[in-house]
Design a protein around this ligand. Sequence first.
Ligand SMILES: NC(=O)c1ccc[n+]([C@@H]2O[C@H](COP(=O)([O-])OP(=O)(O)OC[C@H]3O[C@@H](n4cnc5c(N)ncnc54)[C@H](OP(=O)(O)O)[C@@H]3O)[C@@H](O)[C@H]2O)c1
Length: 374
Amino acid sequence: MTEAAPLEVLWRRVFELAARGRFSTSPNPRVGAVLVDAAGAVVGEGAHERAGDPHAEAVALAAAGARARGATMLINLEPCSHFGRTPPCTEALLAAGVSRVVCSIEDPDPRTAGRGIRRLREHGVDVLVGAFADEAETLNEAFLKSIRDRRPFVHLKWAASMDGRTATRTGDSKWITGEPAREDALLLREECDAILVGAGTVLMDDPLLTRRLALSSAITPHRRLVLDGVLRVPATARVFSAAGGEVWLATAVPAGDPRLAPFHERGVQVFSRRAARGGVDLGALLGALHALDVRSLLVEGGGITAASFLSAGLVDRVTAYVAPLLVGGAGAGSPLAGEGSARLADAHRLAGLDAVRIGADVRLSARIVPPVVG
Ligand SMILES: NC(=O)c1ccc[n+]([C@@H]2O[C@H](COP(=O)([O-])OP(=O)(O)OC[C@H]3O[C@@H](n4cnc5c(N)ncnc54)[C@H](OP(=O)(O)O)[C@@H]3O)[C@@H](O)[C@H]2O)c1
């Protein structure tokens, strides 16, 4: 692009570049940058491709060379101001003589958190914040949640029939959706740093929980977790022996219990923490994952597990694949077990609904609206 492009087009490009990092930047954010000269012509662009690789700003500056002097940088996240795996972008922008930076949102990383913007302003760079902020929040929802709340972003996913069943009354659940929808769901595994299912799903389906598409190149290792309060799953379940990253067993059984020995022998990481009200302390489990730079956790069911995360207020996004199928039966599988809400006023509200047709099925995805406190 050498001629002036409309602002919308330039920002679309910023987000396109940032989205390249969907399967590779974790634990870092997805960032794209476009540099435009005074006439509005693009002189450089860049994406952050992987943690440890140059930041989007550095790539765009390198592409622009001397043409960066006096230019404007459009970027979906505040430039960093600290030495991490790479040097601070603020210094590179100052050295290149960029005169204006327009960024969507502040970086909540405590090492930056407004410092990048301040440093640039102190050195005479005109900085504007807030352009396409909603898009920027959604693009980096996992990174932002994890930095702000010190726990991974929790993404609940299921496949259901049009009458809302996730399995028949006999537990038959293969397959509710068609191949294109199942392939789409596998992308979520590639994108999330960790995946979790409950003991019931392991006993019924014996899943591997592995990534199949080999798309992820993130430096955070993929972790597979089984939630089993009273230890019902056998150590011989396929998930504990399949290759493909670390496997965790999260249980309320005390750490020294001899029944855990076969899991230890298989190299399974045992997380043992009983919540005051029984079951596994899910907040503590998420805290332990956060300490390992796990930005996002995909909870793939079943209904009891999904309900226990939801009732603990620990779900951020729900994705439901809905198939044109009617299963029926009061005893059939439900995506959310438990008592549910007594009144609609108490039901969990979702926002930002995205509906996409995938093959014969539909993918519905929306984020949970946190309850108003007070
Ligand atoms: N269609 C779909 O998308 C989909 C996806 C997954 C599963 N499924 C189907 O769902 C069915 C299984 O679902 P389910 O609801 O019966 O079982 P589930 O949710 O897979 O597992 C329930 C078990 O997980 C453990 N658990 C959950 N929350 C816990 C907590 N907070 N603390 C400690 N342990 C906790 C408990 O194990 P303990 O009892 O050992 O303590 C609980 O009994 C299967 O038929 C499967 O095929 C369908």
